[in-house]
Design a protein around this ligand. Sequence first.
Ligand code: NI
Length: 237
Amino acid sequence: MPERRTIARLGVQSGNAIAHDRGQRHDLRIWKRRAGPLLGSLSPKRRACIYGSMSSLTEFSLAEAIAVLTRTPATLNALLRGLPNIWVRGNEGKNTWSAFDIVGHLIVGERTDWMPRVRIILQNGEARPFDPFDRFAQLKESPDKPLEQLLDDFARLRRENLAALHALNLQHDDLARRGRHPALGVVTLSELLATWAVHDLTHVHQLARVMAHQYRDAVGPWSEYLGVLHCEGHSAP
Ligand code: NI
């Protein structure tokens, strides 16, 4: 239920984000509207606490999100191109992803997820839910392609998508426009765009973890000190 999620997120973000005046007002408007029904049932003290948390939400900035989105293809290219197979094809065990699978997954996202969903929000709002994202589609797509080809495809698709995003000339008020996620319910355009950037970072994080896993035994007793070999809480797989 979206309201519950909203409150949980507010709790997590409380006190650790830098607030910017314009964004705060924008965020507050959205959050008050979305969390309203649930907030009404809380004690005044608890409500004040939640509104206090809201004011520390980080402002979404399209330019900042695009700065990350623009760099991810080059980041992956520098990290992965020409690497020995152990780093590219190694995974974390049965039904887990290799670096190759992760790049394939990012390509599917460029083709079927992010910009198509931006367009659905702008054209249909909440009336038409997004098409579900097939998180395993890349496993069915040409598993024999060289990684270099995938890196090139990803870079090209990202470039095209960012050009298309730029061409939409989104204004500040557009960012509050709402769509409907098939599982999460109502979401805003700014949340979708923020998620696009953080999804990149999730998989950069995952790449480091999957690669480190290949040397989990080779490091010997140092394993104890290497957090990447022991971290949890990632998106599956
Ligand atoms: Ni993903």
